[in-house]
Write a protein that binds this ligand. Structure first.
Ligand code: AHR
Length: 554
């Protein structure tokens, strides 16, 4: 039986209808129907500020993610900015991408940042962590890392977008001094250190001011096969001293896989054996959760348990959402464990890898490892996940969708001159209004939906989402998971009145709808004004939809 950690240890082994939002007042498109659902936004129950970093991304040096996806090369005829794919930069600016994690993932714990600086032609080629899993079709750069993209190029990519870099340090195969010197290279002023001068000589006189640093990745698996106690000892050692240059460094500890409560508890227990002050070294506890097991309880086997990305039945649609729904329990559960040790909750959760993970076969570019085709199901899943983070703003400080391009839950697919925004990319655009908003407790009441799960009656909630307010702008996002039924919802604002409202959403009559290089606009957001009647909004959420309402308040 192959479990996920074994896999990672081996390392490499139709016609779509664009539904238009109805112009809805009580008696217009809603017709004689009465609302079956209700959303109450409670303005006097703020939950906390939604960290913009919840809308974060992840770029690993893995197969087509970096080389082909992001990096096309300075001499490429393809539209690029200093070798970086222009279309990616442009769309990431549009969705206000906030933070990007690099260079892994499992790759991080075999990466030496020193290979990626200095003149490009002098940089060494190294065997990529993922090399052994590459297919024969894969270009050499996917197997043997040319190091064309190093710290300078990645940070430049972030700055072009307006995002912050989040770098993951190598704990498995480099000493703590290499971590210290990476920080020094990035953050020391030109003229102060040899490494600061090396950065300046490469054209980057201003310090990068990298504030987010991961101390290893999945240290329970590909990051070193540590026990939580062993990793805690390493964490303390790597975190004991790092140079700062006026900016606090936010260290993120390698956290649990899904519901491994034991990892969180025993890591903290061991860290704190040296005293409560050790807690101050930890900004965040990472948490990874992939929705991969679509076997409906038949197996826990990593390969056999996975489902298809595009060819699926409605029951598989619901199974994925059930797997995704686990995120809420993971956030509250690990938070509960943190509270056993950290009564003031200084340490936040950083969900730095999340998304669905299907079996191979749907790659837009055959040969790209771990690449899959995101469909409407993944858009709904992503909206649902972002809503969970929005509902827990005091707990989740950052989240990074895995991964940005040519990989698992990608926002983009690209190959040579081809580029497409996936439904997941569109969800990030729909949800951008939540960034930095004040989350409000919001009650979604809707009938559960019912379906057949291998002869057993199964049910799932009928409508859920999140709401936040910034200045006079209220954003409500919601997911209707039903593959068949629309939800007609009455929205009541308790403590505010509406000036005007509009809605954008993604939906399709085909639950498998997706965008390809050839058909790039099969699934794109539809927009329509929403009418208000007597201070109440009535909105129809189409079946299988993810929606964002933008409401201007008086
Ligand atoms: O995102 C792909 C891989 O999944 C990452 O490299 C690893 O951290 C995780 O297990």
């Amino acid at each position: 039986m192959i479990r996920r950690r074994d896999f990672l240890h081996q390392g490499t082994l139709g016609a779509t209808v664009l539904l238009l939002a109805s112009k809805i007042g009580w008696a217009s498109a809603a017709g004689s129907r009465t609302a079956d659902s209700r959303i109450e936004v409670l303005f006097d129950e703020p939950l906390g500020t939604i960290s913009p970093n919840i809308y974060g991304h992840f770029v690993e040096n893995l197969s087509g993610v970096l080389y082909d996806g992001i990096w096309v090369g300075e001499k490429s005829p393809l539209p690029n900015v200093d070798g970086l794919r222009k279309s990616v930069i442009e769309h990431m600016r549009k969705i206000k991408a906030t933070v990007i994690r690099f260079p892994g993932g499992c790759f991080a714990d075999s990466y030496d940042w020193r290979d990626g600086i200095g003149p490009a032609e002098k940089r060494p080629r190294r065997t990529n962590f993922w090399a052994m899993g590459e297919s024969e079709k894969a270009p050499a750069s996917h197997r043997y890392d040319p190091n064309a993209v190093g710290t300078n190029e990645f940070v430049h990519f972030c700055k072009l977008i307006g995002a912050e870099p989040y770098l993951a340090a190598n704990v498995r195969s480099l000493p703590a001094s290499a971590f210290q010197q990476w920080v020094e290279y990035c953050n020391s002023p030109a003229g102060s250190t040899t490494l600061g001068d090396a950065r300046a000589a490469a054209g980057y006189a201003e310090p990068f001011r990298v504030r987010y640093w991961g101390v290893g990745n999945e240290s329970w698996g590909c990051g070193g096969e540590f026990t939580p106690q062993e990793y805690a000892v390493e964490f303390r050692r790597y975190a004991t001293w790092l140079p700062t240059y006026g900016d606090n460094l936010n260290l993120i500890a390698s956290g649990p896989n899904t519901d491994d409560w034991n990892w969180t508890r025993e890591f903290l227990q061991e860290v704190l054996r040296k005293g409560p002050g050790e807690l101050h070294r930890i900004y965040g506890m990472a948490l990874h959760h992939y929705a991969w097991n679509l076997s409906r309880g038949k197996t826990q086997e990593w390969v056999a348990g996975k489902g298809e990305a595009v060819k699926f039945e409605p029951v598989d649609w619901y199974e994925l959402l059930r797997e995704g729904e686990r995120m809420e329990g993971l956030v509250t559960g690990h938070w509960q464990v943190l509270s056993e040790f950290d009564h003031q909750h200084r340490v936040k959760l950083v969900v730095d890898e999340w998304g669905p993970w299907y079996r191979p076969g749907s790659e837009a570019t055959p040969g790209d490892q771990l690449e899959q085709m995101p469909t409407l199901r993944d858009a709904v899943f992503s909206g649902m996940t972002l809503d969970i983070f929005n509902r827990h703003p005091e707990k989740v400080a950052m989240a990074n969708c895995a991964q940005l391009i040519n990989c698992l839950n990608s926002l983009y697919l690209a190959h040579e001159d081809k580029f497409v925004i996936t439904p997941v990319g569109h969800v990030f655009e729909l949800y951008a209004g939540h960034q930095g908003g004040q989350a409000l407790r919001t009650i979604f009441s809707a009938p559960n939906l019912h379906y057949d799960r291998d002869g057993q009656a199964a049910s799932f909630w009928g409508l859920r989402g999140s709401a936040s307010v910034r200045d006079k702008n209220l954003t409500i996002t919601a997911v209707n998971p039903s593959t068949n039924d629309p939800r007609l919802a009455e929205i009541a604002l308790k403590g505010a009145t509406v000036k005007e409202a509009s809605m954008r959403f993604l939906s399709s009559a085909d639950i498998h709808a997706h965008n390809t290089f050839e058909q790039r606009d099969v699934l794109v957001p539809a927009t329509k004004a929403v009418t208000v009647s007597g201070g109440t909004l009535v909105v129809e959420f189409p079946p299988a939809s993810v929606a964002a309402l933008t409401i201007q308040l008086n």
